[in-house]
Write a protein that binds this ligand. Structure first.
Ligand code: PHE
Length: 345
């Protein structure tokens, strides 16, 4: 009996408990009534009377050792399983959506404009935003004291004090690229020039000091006003839908002659009259005209041989009309509630 008790003490000490199954096996073997210790208690009646008390005490100690080990490992398993709950996946939780970014509406519309003009054979040209007066004004036939210079609310960077054409400024329109293109390439030219422009205007729902334009230029032999009309007619229908009507209104720009402003039927009221179109049924989308011969000559292009047309439009304006956005400031505020509406477009 004595030897058996010692042996079981050893077994209990050596028993490996690393998981719940092992804990249960331990309980059955040593703690439960039908385990080895239970058997020893049953055998107690065969122990001689005089030894029974001492052996009984030893058996109780053995039983207690088994129970202690069991309790200790049970507690350990519970705390371990608490931790494992924390790192286990809870399959009942709602999933975390995999959020896609969205393309900014101005980028979207810019890409669409490029796509439409690409179908008509226009490529894309780029030019500087920090520009000299020469490219922004002088070469575009703005005489030195021309009032149209004042209309553009220019941000000047550096006044040279001598020749105004040397003054540095933030370009007020993308027409500077028109000049650079004509200087650097020989006709035929067919290009659009998207980019950022700056004007010193108070920020409001309708005006901003920073916005985007797309300039277009087409120079070749025998280019006429009809080509200008056809091109912008096609553009307006592709951009705003085939029902869109287009009209040309006489206008003035120093670098085009004749000049026209281009209107389309108001997309909000479909021409019936509303506050967006100021009850005229029409909204303006672009300025345009035949390139003034002076401008062609300035750039080394023979105005007897070549003619051309140019147009310029605001990307913000096109976007506002297309998506019925009423406040220009939304484009620069980066409010995701606004931007998310363009998801998947
Ligand atoms: N540059 C003019 C503007 O910013 C638009 C324009 C471009 C007009 C080309 C005619 C031809 O208002």
């Amino acid at each position: 009996m004595q030897a058996k008790i010692t042996e079981i003490h050893q077994q209990i000490a050596d028993f490996q408990i690393e998981n719940k199954e092992q804990l249960e096996a331990f309980r059955i073997a040593y703690v439960g009534r039908k385990g080895v210790i239970g058997d020893l208690f049953d055998g107690l009646k065969n122990v001689p009377q005089e030894e029974r008390r001492a052996v009984g005490q030893e058996l109780n100690a053995l039983k207690e050792a088994a129970q202690n080990k069991f309790n200790e490992f049970q507690a350990l398993m519970e705390s371990a399983s608490d931790k494992s709950v924390a790192i286990e996946f809870d399959l009942t939780l709602p999933n975390i959506p995999n959020e896609n970014g969205t393309i900014h509406p101005l980028t979207l519309v810019r890409a669409r404009i490029i796509e439409i003009f690409a179908k008509m054979g226009f490529n894309v040209s780029d030019g500087p935003e920090i520009e000299s007066d020469f490219y922004n004004f002088t070469a575009l036939n703005f005489a030195e004291n021309h009032p149209a210079r004042e209309m553009q609310d220019t941000f000047f960077i550096e006044k040279k004090g001598g020749n105004v054409a040397d003054d540095m400024l933030l370009r007020t329109h993308t027409s500077n690229v028109q000049i650079r293109l004509m200087q650097n390439q020989k006709p035929p030219l067919r290009s659009i020039m998207p980019g950022r422009v700056y004007r010193n205007e108070a920020i409001s729902a309708r005006a901003h000091c920073l916005f985007h334009q797309v300039e277009g230029l087409y120079v070749d032999k025998n280019v006429g006003f009809k080509d200008l009309k056809d091109t912008l007619y096609y553009f307006a229908k592709e951009m705003f839908g085939q029902d869109t009507k287009v009209r040309y209104r006489p206008s003035y720009f120093p670098f085009t002659e004749p000049s026209a402003e281009i209107d389309i039927t108001c997309l909000i009221c479909k021409g019936k009259g509303c506050n967006v179109c100021k009850y005229t049924g029409w909204v303006e989308i672009a300025g345009s005209g035949m390139v003034d011969p002076n401008v062609l000559e300035q750039c080394g292009i023979d105005s007897q041989e070549y003619t051309g047309f140019a147009f310029g439009m605001g990307i913000e304006r096109i976007t506002m009309l297309k998506y019925q956005i009423k406040d220009l400031r939304l484009f620069t505020e980066n409010d995701v509630r606004f931007l998310r509406q363009f998801e998947g477009l």
